[in-house]
Design a binder for this molecule. Structure first.
Ligand SMILES: Cc1cc2nc3c(=O)[nH]c(=O)nc-3n(C[C@H](O)[C@H](O)[C@H](O)COP(=O)(O)OP(=O)(O)OC[C@H]3O[C@@H](n4cnc5c(N)ncnc54)[C@H](O)[C@@H]3O)c2cc1C
Length: 456
């Protein structure tokens, strides 16, 4: 059974691994000149650092399980316990405990100075339809909490706006707080033991590199620089059109897994699953850039970094003090400090059109102001991520349901990745595993070998 996986990001590579372990003949076609998608490492000032994703949610099992499965368990680390901050009202202020931005400790929130006034709880029945995070929360907890806590936290994950993002798809923990979010967030809860986030010594980008190596070891073929242009299903099998527009090659396959971002997936499905393609065409993608800096000396503040509310209208929306957050990087950096800042939100990509020097200068200016003092910059790198993060806007779960229904009606076709049910690393891995399970579940299996639960 020959399977072509389109897209060699985390979703595509995970699907390829699962398929190979089921005995399929797998080829991954990746448009870029490297695999891994948003998992990418690069050299900044002689240090190999993450230029894309840099931490993994440890409260879901899929990321840690894949790390173990790839033999990377010894590299698993957790961030230093130094906390994060919100840069607002002219200072870095400690981020209090929250449930997706809804404060669990109102006195601590007020003491932090993040809000000018203590939020007042106003219970209201939960609507039976999807609404934006802002529409859900503002009447119940007030606009300040949304502006200065919820939106920056959402911005850190989606680079999006509380007034557009769906409470059901993007903030399910907020929705679960029910009619009276402030009271519910303050109630004692069972917090799972262990760290919330994890990383890898060497960087999270290593996960994609080792995953690609494993795919090759198992006999999978990975072709980079090979953009897939179109898919068709002339009979029982598939034709995959790939390569430069002037020299498109046609490759045959029994099954196809499409693991590309929404816009590309929409184009690829236009002939074979037009309803899904139409639904995906409406998924907005936020572009952003990560500016990585190496500075000569220690920062004047402790902590792992800060988030910035959009209402404060700064250029940067967050900064991670990478070598303070990850002790392995601190040791590697010696007396220097590595930090990064993210720039760009959904619908705000003006600065991203500027040359690297301007983007770096704007980020450095904000960092100077936030920190009071930034040691001299010895190396800077701008990694642009065009169309980086899908926006789970109001109605997103209906979009996903349409896509899933339309794709399920086409034999031998599956989709997976960050577009659907979570943009974080564990959710993306789960999406790829789900796609392979569904393909395997089709009457004519991917191969004769049943899914081995031990392998998962
Ligand atoms: C800057 C940044 C920081 C992030 N930080 C974190 C973090 O710390 N923790 C976390 O959990 N998540 C983080 N995320 C989110 C997470 O990294 C992504 O959601 C996830 O990696 C997406 O994986 P994917 O395989 O779905 O998509 P992608 O990584 O986008 O992979 C899709 C691949 O498809 C390829 N492709 C596209 N079109 C075609 C085509 N026509 N033919 C062939 N190939 C094609 C692309 O080149 C790409 O390699 C971050 C995202 C960004 C952008």
């Amino acid at each position: 059974m020959r399977v072509i996986v389109v897209g060699g990001g985390l979703a595509g590579l995970t699907a390829a691994l699962e398929l190979l372990e089921l005995g399929a003949d797998v080829e991954v076609l990746e448009g870029a000149d490297h695999v891994g998608g948003k998992l990418l490492r690069g050299d900044v000032g002689g240090l190999e650092v993450d230029l894309g994703a840099e931490s993994i949610l440890a409260r879901r099992p899929e990321g840690l399980a894949l790390i173990e499965r790839l033999g990377l368990g010894e590299r698993l680390v957790h961030p230093s316990s130094r906390g994060a901050a919100i840069w607002t009202r002219g200072a870095l202020r400690p981020l209090p405990r929250t449930v997706q931005g809804v404060p669990s400790d109102v006195p601590a929130l007020v003491a932090s100075g993040i809000v000018a006034e203590a939020p007042v709880s106003r219970p209201l029945p939960v609507p039976d339809h999807d609404v934006s995070v802002r529409e859900f929360l503002e009447p119940r907890v007030g606009g300040e909490v949304v502006d200065r806590l919820v939106e920056p936290l959402l911005g850190g994950v989606y680079a999006g706006h509380a007034s557009r993002l769906s409470v059901r798809a993007a903030a399910p923990q907020v929705l679960a707080l029910g009619d009276d979010p402030l009271t519910a967030a303050a109630a004692p809860r069972d917090v799972p033991a262990g760290a919330v986030f994890a990383g890898l010594v060497g960087g999270v980008g290593l996960l994609a590199e080792v995953l690609a190596d494993r795919v090759r070891e198992l006999g999978g073929r990975i072709r980079t620089g090979t953009t897939v242009r179109a898919l068709s299903r002339p009979g029982a099998g598939w034709e995959v059109f790939a390569g430069p527009t002037t020299d498109v090659e046609v490759r045959a396959a029994d099954r196809v897994v499409v693991a590309t971002p929404a816009a590309a997936t929409s184009r690829l499905l236009s002939e074979v699953a037009p309803e899904a393609a139409f639904a995906l065409a409406g998924v907005e993608l936020a572009s952003m850039a990560i500016v990585t800096l190496v500075v000569d000396g220690a920062l004047p503040v402790e902590g792992s970094g800060f988030l910035v509310p959009a209402v404060d209208r700064t250029t940067i929306k967050a900064s991670t003090f990478s070598s303070q957050k990850w002790p392995w990087l601190g040791a590697l950096a010696g007396g220097a400090t590595v930090l990064r800042a993210s720039v760009g939100r959904a619908g705000e990509s003006g600065l991203l059109q500027q040359p690297d020097e301007r983007v770096v200068a704007a980020a450095v200016g904000d960092l100077h102001e936030a920190l009071g003092h930034l040691p001299p910059v010895t190396a800077a790198h701008v990694q642009r991520w065009g169309g980086a993060l899908p926006q789970y806007e109001v109605g997103h779960l209906d979009v996903v349901a349409t896509v899933e229904r339309d794709v399920a009606a086409v034999p031998g076709l599956e989709v997976c990745g960050a577009t659907y049910r979570g943009v974080g690393i564990p959710a993306v891995i789960a999406s790829a595993q789900g796609a392979v399970r569904r393909l395997q579940g089709e009457g004519d299996n991917v191969c004769d070998r049943p899914v081995d639960e031990e392998q998962r």
